[in-house]
Write a protein that binds this ligand. Sequence first.
Ligand SMILES: NC(=O)c1ccc[n+]([C@@H]2O[C@H](COP(=O)([O-])OP(=O)(O)OC[C@H]3O[C@@H](n4cnc5c(N)ncnc54)[C@H](OP(=O)(O)O)[C@@H]3O)[C@@H](O)[C@H]2O)c1
Length: 329
Amino acid sequence: MAGKLMHALQYSKYGGGADGLKHVEVPVPTPHKDEILLKLEATSINPVDWKIQKGGLRPLFPRKFPHIPGTDVAGEVFEVGPGVKNFKVGDKVVAKISLDVGGGLAEFAVSKESLTVARPPEVSAVEASALPVAGLTAHQALTQPAGIKLDGSGKQANILITAASGGVGHLAVQLAKLGNTHVTATCGARNIEFVKSLGADEVLDYRTPEGAALKSPSGRKYDAVIHCATGIPWSTFEPNLSENGKVIDITPGPNAFLTFAVKKVTCSKKQLIPLFLSPKAENLDYLLKLVQERKLKVVIDSQHPLSKAEDAWARSISGRATGKIIVEP
Ligand SMILES: NC(=O)c1ccc[n+]([C@@H]2O[C@H](COP(=O)([O-])OP(=O)(O)OC[C@H]3O[C@@H](n4cnc5c(N)ncnc54)[C@H](OP(=O)(O)O)[C@@H]3O)[C@@H](O)[C@H]2O)c1
């Protein structure tokens, strides 16, 4: 593929939103040692993609420019690096590319073998591409800090999931219900029936006073909150938590880190835990199997061709997605 060009979208500075993405033709990347060149079939967008472009996460994810964003990809193996053992040309796969590397808004991208997983034929490329960041974050939050056993064997737990209509939230509701849980969820009024259909036991409209207060309609106190929305202070969570209740905050800002520290230092039983995704191939494989067995439904907000990927970017920035936003080359 040396010297062959491909279509891609890249940005060359911080800021600019969807207008900052430029259509370019660049060389197809070359897979090194343990890397796989994928001919892409679908890429899903995550809010972190445009948050990095915005510049707010600069200390955590400094950017080298120009940068082709996109980390959650499904495609066909086109070429393998010399150290790749488990994949061959023609295999259908899904991969989580690191945020430093990106490359998903393009016709081809390179993934590490260690975060590449075979895609079963029953799972579409679109469904598979929706899983890496959103599915793995939901899985990690529920199984690790919240301690939910997804085979249903654990003791009963009351869970609150905020922004349950979004990319992470809609998967978190379904995964939580595989465990022994009672799920309360928050979303906008237009998505209440949708979130109930995912299995939530009770749903609050976040724009009502009860929803803003996160009060369980059945009076339950939460053992764990999977917090996928933003801007809710600890003082709102605190009265709704059980004695040892935890808020697992996947959108932690400075106040969350302060609360985390204070709760630790004071040995508080109620805790706030900031969570950052630590992706694992075995968990991606587990999620793919759930989709294959139709125990987990991937909901697609919208699909956009690569030639209009800036629309997908703008849709994600709007914060209005119901499920996942997909770009297809
Ligand atoms: N820590 C990590 O490793 C990690 C991993 C993945 C994601 N995240 C972060 O987690 C957040 C969620 O990600 P996502 O992909 O699920 O986002 P998303 O798909 O863009 O979420 C959009 C949905 O959130 C709903 N929503 C917005 N504010 C809400 C509120 N206050 N209460 C209830 N629902 C609300 C919206 O409903 P309406 O349209 O009705 O307002 C919309 O359906 C993002 O900030 C993302 O950056 C962090």
